[in-house]
Design a binder for this molecule. Structure first.
Ligand code: CTP
Length: 405
């Protein structure tokens, strides 16, 4: 997806610099050419040799390296790229950028470039949360600088919180989004996928047979058209879509929270098979047989209906909301009623009776219901359903609307 794209990768100083080595590998696997720049602080964490070996390119280090100036000046170096990526972006480098300082090669390149710049910050949680850093983030965001991360989690310094550098694949995803050229460029699409697991106790849960295959295929098809995709998924075996912002959840309540967090979006596709009910008071310890044949009784509560809630949002409703109706009987009638009840724009109805082999299988046969009526698509591979749906979504979000495909 990044074939032929040239990335100028500035590696700042921080323990996360070791992840930049993997990032180089991932970017190159995706077809990009990586020109690395290593700051003197970055050199304390990774060696120029390993960086240039992985990039298969010379590593640029010093502003006053005359050889470099003879080969390629810093202005040219900063402009020969399609995108400038800084990973890890330290608090110091971000402060220099916000101030417009240019006192070493990295900061000079960042000031001289006419290309988009994507930062993957990495620093101690207190440094990230400091008012000065947050002021710099706001300044840089206002200047059009793009950010990926930081993630929240355990840090190398032993503290916990936001500050960890985004994982290499998340950075690759952000690079793809920044360089996207398809009809969905600039559009944010939210997808739910997979089953949810509703715990009974620490070892048992209620689940369903959804594999997540259709949701992943839709994500890939939308990414291929240039969309920025947030993919909220329950526990699945199907491969997750590279390039999407992945949010892994377990329960319907967590999926609900993750979806609300990911808004606003231009469109949302609800492909998840969300459990309708959860066990009211899941046990903290494993429920044991009492030895006298007394059976446990589970009490259920209804889960939030995420699709319905998002469809009925007043302010943050995505422009296009798409649901799936998994039915075993009276597919069209049930799906028509479900579309009206849930308030979504489109409903993709499918027959999930066991004899169709659709749930957990590689093919799907769907009927698309909208305000204009319904049309039945021939049975095809889930990938093909996803591509057809992605083109439809692109046509719907296009301005002005294009002819439906
Ligand atoms: N859905 C959701 N949140 C729920 C239940 C369902 O977002 N708690 C979404 C699904 O992702 C799907 C659509 O609603 O897009 C329909 O799901 P389905 O299971 O077919 O419908 P239910 O509401 O569960 O209705 P029923 O089980 O009665 O058929």
């Amino acid at each position: 997806m990044l074939a032929g794209k040239r990335i100028l990768l500035i590696i700042g100083g921080g323990i996360a610099a070791f992840k930049a080595l993997d990032l180089i590998r991932r970017l190159r696997e995706d077809g990009a050419q990586v020109t690395p720049v290593l700051t003197s602080a970055g050199e304390q964490f990774v060696t120029p040799l390993s960086v240039s070996a992985l990039a298969a390119q010379k590593v640029y280090r010093d502003l006053f390296d005359l050889n470099d100036e003879a080969e390629m000046g810093h202005i040219e170096l900063s402009r020969a790229a399609d995108l400038v990526v800084v990973a890890p972006a330290t608090a110091d480098l971000m402060a220099k950028m916000a101030q417009g300082l240019a006192n070493d090669l990295a900061s000079t390149l960042l000031l001289a470039t006419d290309k988009k710049v994507l930062l993957a910050p990495a620093m101690n949680v207190r440094m990230w949360q400091h008012a000065a850093t947050q002021r710099n983030v706001a300044t840089l965001t206002g200047d059009g600088i793009l950010f990926v991360g930081p993630d929240e989690g355990q840090m190398a310094c032993g503290e916990f919180g936001p500050g960890r550098m985004a994982e290499p694949m998340a950075i690759v995803a952000a690079v793809r989004t920044a360089l996207a050229t398809g009809p969905l460029k600039g559009k944010h699409i939210l997808i739910t996928s997979g089953p949810t697991h509703e715990p009974i106790d620490p070892v048992r849960y209620i689940a369903n047979r959804s594999s997540g295959a259709q949701g992943s295929a839709i994500a890939r098809a939308l990414l291929a058209l240039g969309a920025k995709v947030t993919f909220v998924t329950g526990p699945v075996v199907a491969a997750l879509p590279d390039g999407a912002q992945i949010v892994q959840v377990e329960t319907a309540a967590q999926m609900h929270a993750a979806v609300m967090d990911a808004l606003p979006a231009d469109a949302a596709v609800f492909a998840a098979a969300v459990a309708d009910w959860r066990v009211v008071s899941a046990s903290d310890s494993k429920i044991k047989k009492d030895g006298k044949g007394k059976l446990p009784v589970l009490e259920f509560a209804e889960n939030p209906d995420i699709l319905s809630e998002v469809s009925h949002l007043a302010a943050a409703r995505p422009g296009l909301v798409v649901g799936f109706a998994a039915e075993t009987d009276d597919v069209i009638a049930n799906a028509t009623a479900k579309r009206a009840r849930k308030g979504c724009d489109w409903m993709l109805a499918n027959d999930v009776s066991p004899e169709t082999g659709i749930m957990g299988g590689s093919e799907n046969a769907v009927t698309l219901l909208s305000a204009d009526g319904y049309e039945t698509w021939p049975r095809m591979k889930k990938d093909a359903v996803a591509q057809k749906l992605a083109l439809r979504i692109a046509a719907e979000l296009a301005d002005p609307k294009t002819v439906l495909v």
